[in-house]
Design a protein around this ligand. Structure first.
Ligand code: ZN
Ligand code: ZN
Length: 174
């Protein structure tokens, strides 16, 4: 038995030779089935554009059977099909827009302006009560990593203490 070539699109096998395969690949039947295969993965908007760019199939729309079925080069979509497809395309677009939103907004947890303002208010109050930051904040911010030997640090890298800043004397430059 000679080598055979199996075409997934057409679901048939044929004797293999370069010419035979080329001839098959350019064949009308194969091209239609191949297009049909990829059409399944088109978005609703692409399908809609594709269908609207084709003429309506006269046989199909006059109530007769069109032997080409799904692979007909003319459009078999009815007005209802088209309006359904339009609806689908709109929904697709909404989904896409949703995907592009920030995570908080997507999960319905968008921070409100009110909560932001009230937090800001609290912050302003707390800083006016304590001119020096809360001591735990302070320590967190200026803690030296444990593997650093403090005595080797240049003065500019030594974490300031609250006291040292309160006693600081400002110097005029220049
Ligand atoms: Zn084929
Ligand atoms: Zn048709």
């Amino acid at each position: 038995m000679g080598k055979r070539y199996y075409c997934d699109y057409c679901d048939r096998s044929l004797p293999y030779s370069v010419e035979a395969r080329k001839k098959h690949d350019y064949g009308h039947h194969h091209q239609k089935l191949k297009k049909h295969h990829f059409d399944q993965f088109k978005s609703a908007r692409e399908q809609l554009q594709d269908e609207l760019s084709r003429e309506k199939c006269r046989r199909f729309h006059s109530g007769q059977d069109c032997s080409f079925g799904d692979t007909c080069i003319y459009s078999h979509l009815t007005d209802i099909d088209i309006s359904n497809l339009k609806q689908q395309a709109r929904e697709e677009e909404l989904q896409l827009k949703k995907l592009r939103l920030p995570t908080l907004v997507k999960n319905g947890k968008e921070p409100s302006l009110e909560s932001w303002l009230s937090r800001k208010e609290q912050k302003v109050q707390s800083t006016s009560d304590y001119p020096v930051e809360d001591s735990t904040d302070w320590e967190l911010k200026y803690t030296i990593p444990p593997n650093v030997v403090v005595s080797c640090l240049p003065p500019s890298l030594i974490p300031p203490s609250a006291e040292s800043l309160l006693q600081y004397e400002f110097v005029d430059w220049g």
